[in-house]
Design a protein. Structure first.
Length: 246
């Protein structure tokens, strides 16, 4: 009897190890296929003719309600009805396929960043430097969503991801910043009121009476993230990134 129990236990363990290995193999290998873009939902998401939703990895384009989104949506719409190759890396919590998208040799995910139509977001480890450089070049050239404010460079940002705080230093601007907003690579956004002043913005609760509270819990990723400061006219004032080029 003990031999039978031992045999059954060994069989269960073997099956568990096999299933784990199979799942890891599936996750570690991307799948490539040809699809047709039926409808563009926004700059980084579209529907295929077979009814699936595809989300472009490594990037975020502005929300559809934002005027900054129009160019990215227009860029993607020119591919409606077109065959594209998707390299599927997985799915997200909304059951969308996460993929790299290619039209011929044109890598659309990267091209959107190079054209200044998208920001970097949760970039795959093997592509982090390439995408970070593409965004920096687009910022330097004031392309697309990176149109610079006359006050660009007048405010410095320094992220402390471990303390969940960002230091804001006004170097050559001392006027109202009502409506200006700070965001991370995702869609977390903080809107400012009052005058520009040197302060620390804490993700949760302020640590000092002169500090600011975001009140949203964790904002900054431990490995890499980027902060962007825009005016109420959606012009870039400052940008600070960590974890990409090291």
């Amino acid at each position: 009897m003990r031999f039978i129990y031992a045999l059954l236990l060994a069989l269960v363990c073997t099956l568990a190890l096999y299933n784990t290995f199979t799942l890891l193999t599936i996750k570690e290998h991307s799948e490539k296929e040809i699809v047709v873009i039926e409808r563009v939902i926004d700059g980084d998401t579209f529907k295929t003719t077979d009814g699936r939703t595809v989300r472009l990895v490594n990037i975020n384009t502005p929300e559809k309600e934002s005027p900054l989104s129009l160019e990215a949506i227009s860029y993607m719409k020119k591919y409606e009805g077109t065959e594209v190759m998707i390299e599927i890396l997985g799915t997200d919590k909304y059951h969308r396929l996460l993929a790299r998208i290619y039209v011929g040799k044109n890598y659309l995910n990267l091209d959107l960043v190079q054209q200044g139509l998208a920001s970097i977001f949760l970039v795959q480890e093997e592509e982090r430097k390439k995408f970070a450089r593409a965004e920096q070049q687009a910022v330097d050239a004031s392309k697309g969503i990176w149109k610079k404010s006359p006050f660009f460079g007048c405010i410095a940002l320094a992220i402390d991801e471990k303390k969940e705080a960002i230091q804001i230093t006004c170097t050559c601007y001392a006027d109202t910043i009502n409506g200006w907003y700070l965001k991370d690579e995702s869609r977390k956004t903080y809107k400012f009121k009052g005058l520009c002043r040197n302060t620390t913005l804490w993700s949760e609760s302020a640590q000092d009476a002169t500090d600011l509270s975001w009140g949203v819990g964790n904002v900054w990723n431990n490995d890499r993230d980027t902060a962007y400061l825009f005016t109420d006219q959606h012009e870039l004032v400052a940008r600070s990134s960590y974890g990409y080029l090291h």
